[in-house]
Ligand binder design. Structure first.
Ligand code: FAD
Length: 593
């Protein structure tokens, strides 16, 4: 109701203004013709004239009515330069803020609700740089005053920021117009005031905030690099640490643009995805799926189908799948692409140097793509039982009898179903009330039901408390609804999450900032707290997927090599991911939860 009343009032003002042709009083001709009378009135009633002018100015600008330019000229003509300038600077800013508030009150919620998704980049831009943008817009007279007020009202910029930036930004323009007003007799049209030279000066002024921002960032960079001496020469353009998905793609792009790039890997080319993650897990899922189809042959119109298999052979096949893909990520391939591949453990020794195999490589840019590793929680007794993680479970050749999978995330869920389909009694233990917590509730329920139908002993809301041995048996003691549950097993897989490989790289020693969970702190350009060092992939997060690592790699490669000219902001708005359980889950963007 209040909104309608306000909207009605503004509309009424606009209608009255045009219906009664009030704009006619705000033309140069009229003001010029009346200047003598106005001057006389002002001489006789100074305070009243100043107040009336001030309020009229606020009304015209607040209601976004035309005439502010002429009113400004008139202010200069009647009150002189200094008084006119002070009066108009405040009146115009107050009026602009009123228009801003009206637009915000009437339309912002509706606009943000309707277009929030597409506006999120603008909102983020306003959050980060709103004051700079507004300042630039205010300085360039090509952007109409009233449009800026109304549009800014629809964004998330704060009123306080809007007010002071507007007052400052409009000051130069106000000086020009008020000064022109003092020479009113010589002006025939408002366009006369804005000569090409003046517009060019305004444009120059508008670039000032951005130049200022660049200077601030240069000073910040200098500070972060203080205490280190920059080598006089470099051996390469870019050093990439880690040849997993993130490091490989970074090196690939750098080589494609003919940069000299050194890629350092301490273990296996291809990193986790090829050797311990996506590839082996999808390979075992393929075998398991085949077996599940055999056992459900009737569903496919086949009355009987049998399969004989050896667990060790299924596991061996996984290595063959890895070997098939290996050449794609190999030293040979990357060398042929022009990358200098070094096998060894890298340590960052300064913002420009990396040490490997006792040699120091000097480089203007470093990309850390050292990935992650399975997290092993400090559960009492865990060191007394042997357990697998994704790092070594692919070496398993003896078929487990009773397998416990600890963890209900995507990795735990995929492994649970795959091993169950290979004829193993699997118990999956998850502390939270449901598995696959990042998905919608009904999606988790669908998968849980399928698991139970396939014979998985699914224990949600069970917190692993300790591991014990009794009569030669391994037991997991879990807490469920305040009582203890014993789960017997001969094989244990721990899949409760992954942590970042950020230690042992020399990062703490050079003062590079880490998050409390060990991931590397990066800005939206994937630049770390040390400006010559970028980072991508699982060591950064927040989404630990191969395709996200590759997506980030593009930014680290381009930003580190070409950042001096242009940097690109990483964007996670539309991240797709899939969990290869059956039913498979695929999704993109936000979900309900
Ligand atoms: C079981 C499992 C299944 C998965 N399934 C999928 C899936 O289906 N889809 C998906 O998108 N993602 C999946 N992932 C996640 C995916 O594997 C990772 O997100 C991806 O590997 C991250 O790539 P990265 O380059 O950041 O790290 P990594 O692949 O871990 O590579 C980092 C590399 O850096 C090396 N390194 C570390 N420190 C040093 C050092 N000091 N010097 C030199 N080298 C160093 C390491 O040896 C490693 O090779 C899965 C993961 C697991 C564990």
């Amino acid at each position: 109701m209040k909104k309608f009343i306000l909207l009605g009032l503004v509309l009424a003002l606009v209608i009255v203004f045009f219906q009664f042709d009030l704009g006619h009083y705000l033309t140069l001709e009229f003001i010029k013709a009346q200047q003598q009378q106005i001057d006389q009135y002002y001489a006789a009633n100074q305070a009243l004239t100043l107040l009336a002018y001030f309020l009229l100015y606020i009304l015209i600008t607040g209601a976004s009515l035309p005439g502010a330019t002429v009113l400004t000229l008139a202010g200069g003509a009647v009150f002189g330069f200094l008084t006119g300038l002070i009066l108009i600077s405040f009146a115009s800013t107050i009026g602009a803020s009123l228009a801003f508030l009206v637009s915000r009150y009437l339309f912002r919620d509706a606009v943000q609700n309707r277009f929030g998704g597409s506006l999120s980049a603008i909102n983020q831009g306003i959050e980060n740089d709103g004051a700079f943008y507004l300042f630039a817009l205010r300085l360039v007279p090509a952007f109409p005053f009233f449009v800026i007020n109304l549009v800014m009202g629809l964004t998330t910029i704060r009123l306080r920021t809007f007010y002071w930036v507007s007052q400052l930004g409009m000051f130069a323009g106000t000086i020009v117009y008020v000064n022109a007003g003092t020479q009113l007799a010589q002006i025939d049209s408002a366009a006369d005031i804005l000569s090409g030279k003046i517009i060019a000066s305004f444009l120059l002024l508008a670039t000032l905030p951005f130049i200022g921002k660049r200077i601030v960032s240069l000073v910040k960079n200098r500070k972060a690099l203080e205490g280190f001496s920059r080598p006089a020469e470099f051996d390469t353009n870019l050093v990439v640490i880690g040849a997993g998905s993130a490091g490989l793609v970074t090196a690939y792009i750098a080589a494609a643009v003919k940069a000299r790039v050194t890629l350092i890997e301490k273990h296996k080319m291809g990193g986790d995805c090829l050797n311990f993650g996506c590839v082996p897990s999808k390979a075992i899922i393929r075998s398991a799926k085949f077996l599940s189809h055999i056992s459900r042959s009737r569903e496919f119109g086949i009355s009987r189908a049998d399969a004989e298999f050896d667990f060790a052979e299924v596991m061996e096949r996984i290595q063959q799948v890895i070997s098939k893909i290996e050449p794609h990520d190999s030293v040979e391939r990357y060398t042929s692409l022009g990358v200098d591949v070094v096998k060894g453990e890298a340590r960052v020794t300064s913002p420009w140097t990396v040490e490997v195999n006792g040699k120091t490589i000097r480089t203007p840019n470093i990309v850390i793509a050292s990935g992650g590793r399975p997290l092993v929680p400090p559960i009492e007794g865990i060191d007394r039982v042997s357990y697998y993680t994704s790092d070594n479970l692919w070496e398993m050749r003896e078929k487990p009898r009773k397998l416990v999978v600890l963890g209900g995330g995507p990795i735990g869920a995929e492994l649970t179903q795959a091993f169950a389909r290979l004829g193993i009694a699997v118990t999956q233990v998850e502390m939270l009330p449901r598995i696959l917590l990042r998905e919608d509730v009904e999606i988790s329920q669908l998968v849980e039901q399928k698991f139970r139908d396939e014979g998985v002993n699914l224990l949600t809301a069970h917190t692993a408390k300790r591991f014990i041995k009794r009569d030669g048996m391994d037991l997991l003691i879990a807490e469920h609804e305040n009582s203890e549950v014993e789960i017997e097993f001969d094989t244990l897989i721990v899949a409760v999450g992954r942590s970042a490989n950020s230690s042992g790289l020399g990062l703490e020693e050079i003062g590079l900032k880490l998050n409390p969970n060990g991931t590397i702190v990066v800005n939206e350009f994937l630049q770390t707290s040390i400006p010559t060092i970028y980072a991508c992939g699982d060591v950064v997060g927040p989404y630990q997927f191969t395709h996200v690592a590759a997506h980030q790699a593009w930014y680290t490669s381009v930003n580190s090599l070409f950042g001096i000219v242009k940097r690109f902001k990483d964007d996670y708005e539309v991240i797709p991911w899939a969990t290869f359980t059956e039913p498979e889950i695929a999704r993109v963007g936000l979900n309900e939860t």
